[in-house]
Design a protein around this ligand. Structure first.
Ligand code: 1CP
Length: 339
C-alpha cells in the first residue's frame, strides 16, 4: 500500500493523497446515501451504508486511503452522554460534565458498544482494493473532553478552561478515563481491519503552550506508545490543530505528524522532518478556485522536495466545495509526483 509505505518513509511511485472529511456533503453520491438514513448518527450506526460512503471517495476521487465513516463523538455517546446532531447547529449532548460527580454517571467499556464501527471497518476492508489503505481514528482526550464539558461545539471553551485552571485534577481524571477507553477503541479498530490510525486533536490550539503538553499532548503520546508497543506495523498519525508555534517541543512514538493549514510546512519540515513523515496542509478553502489549488500544490511539493510525504488538506473539506476541483487536485498531485 502506497500510503502505508509513505508513512514508514519508504520510496513510493508517487506521493499518496487523501483528504480529511473526504466523505461528505460536497459529494452528491454521499447526499444520496445520507437521505436513505434517518439522520447522521443512524448512518454511522449502519455498517452497510457507512461502508458505502467510506468507499465513495476512493472510487470518485482516486485517493490512496479511505477513512472509516464515523465520528469522534460516538465514544462519549457510548459512555452514556446521549448525543444528537442538529441541522445547522452541530452536535449536542444531553448532559454536560461540570464536576467530579458528573463523571460518576459515565459508563465504562464504551469501546465495546461501538461494534457498528468495527463492522464498518470489516466490510470496508473486504471491499477495498489491496493497494488502498483503510484509516481508523479517534478524537484526542482533550478534544473529546471539550465537547463533553461544554455539551456542544464551542468558541471559547469557557467551562473546559474553568475546570482546567480551577480543578485540574478533575479534568485529568476525565482525560485519563478517555485515554483508557481510546486505547481499547483503537486496538479494536486494528483487529477489525484498520491499516493506519489517526488521532484528531482539533481543538489543540485552544490551549496555551505551558498547559497544552500536560493536558493534551501527553495523553496522545501515551495512547500512541501503548498502540505502537503492540502494533509497530500500524502507522499512527497525530494531528494537533493550531499549535504551529509549539513544534519544537513535540516528541513521542508515532509515525506521521499532521500539519494544519495555519502552520508553515517548511517550518514543520525543518523542526520535525527528520523524525516524522509530514501530512498536510493545503488550506481547504483553496478548493473553491482551481487556480489557487495549482499554486499551492506547486508550493507544497517544492517545499517537500521529494521527501517522504502524504498530501492532505490542513483541516476538513468544506461542504460546498466543487467536486470537480477535488478530483482535479488528486490527479494533479499524483501526476506531478510520479517517479
Ligand atoms: O450533516 C452531516 O452529514 C454530518 C456532518 C459530519 C460528518 C460527515 C459530522 C458531524 N461528522 C462527519 C464525519 C466525520 N467526522 C469523519 C468521517 C470520515 C471522513 O473524514 O470522511 C471524521 C474523521 C470526523 C471527525 C470529527 N468530528 C472531528 C475531528 C476532525 C475535524 O474536523 O476537526 C470533529 C471535531 C468532529 C465533531 C463534529 N462532527 C460533526 C460536526 C459538524 C462536528 C464539528 C462540530 C464543531 O464544529 O464543533
Amino acid at each position: 500500500m502506497i500510503f502505508i509505505d509513505a508513512c514508514f518513509k519508504k520510496t513510493t511511485p508517487y506521493t499518496p493523497i487523501w483528504l480529511m472529511r473526504q466523505a461528505g456533503r460536497y459529494l452528491d453520491e454521499y447526499r444520496q446515501v445520507r437521505k436513505s438514513a434517518k439522520d447522521f448518527l443512524s448512518l454511522c450506526k449502519n455498517p452497510q451504508l457507512a461502508s458505502t460512503v467510506t468507499l465513495q471517495p476512493v472510487d470518485i476521487l482516486g485517493v490512496d486511503a479511505a477513512i472509516v465513516f464515523s465520528d469522534i463523538l460516538v465514544v462519549p455517546m457510548e459512555m452514556g452522554m446521549g448525543l444528537g446532531f442538529y441541522e445547522g447547529e452541530g452536535p449536542r449532548f444531553d448532559f454536560r460534565i461540570r464536576c467530579y460527580d458528573d463523571m460518576l454517571k459515565l459508563k465504562d467499556n464504551a469501546y465495546k458498544r461501538v461494534s457498528y464501527m468495527y463492522e464498518t471497518l470489516k466490510i470496508t476492508r473486504d471491499k477495498l482494493d489491496d493497494s488502498k489503505a483503510l484509516i481508523g481514528f479517534c478524537g484526542s482526550p482533550w478534544t473529546l473532553a471539550t465537547y463533553m464539558i461544554e455539551g456542544e461545539g464551542s468558541k471559547n471553551y469557557i467551562y473546559s478552561k474553568k475546570m482546567l485552571y480551577q480543578e485540574p485534577k478533575t479534568l485529568q481524571f476525565l482525560l485519563q478515563m478517555l485515554a483508557n477507553e481510546l486505547k481499547y477503541y483503537l486496538e479494536e479498530q486494528i483487529k477489525a481491519g484498520a491499516n493506519a490510525l489517526m488521532i484528531f486533536d482539533s481543538w489543540a490550539g485552544a490551549l496555551e503552550q505551558s498547559v497544552y503538553f500536560e493536558f493534551s499532548w501527553n495523553y496522545m503520546k501515551d495512547i500512541a506508545s501503548s498502540i505502537k508497543s503492540k502494533y509497530p506495523h500500524i502507522p499512527l498519525i497525530l494531528f494537533p490543530k493550531g499549535i504551529g508555534t509549539y513544534l519544537e517541543y513535540i516528541d513521542g512514538e508515532f509515525d506521521v505528524f499532521g500539519v494544519d493549514w495555519g502552520t508553515s510546512l517548511a517550518y514543520a519540515q525543518k523542526i520535525l522532518g527528520d523524525r516524522y513523515v509530514l501530512q498536510g496542509n493545503l488550506e481547504p478553502a483553496r478548493l473553491y478556485n482551481i487556480q489557487s489549488v495549482k499554486e499551492a500544490i506547486k508550493d507544497i511539493l517544492s517545499t517537500m522536495d521529494k521527501q517522504p510525504f502524504i498530501f492532505n488538506l490542513g483541516h476538513g473539506i468544506l461542504p460546498d466545495i466543487p467536486k470537480e476541483n477535488v478530483i482535479e487536485l488528486v490527479k494533479m498531485v499524483h501526476g506531478a509526483t510520479r517517479r
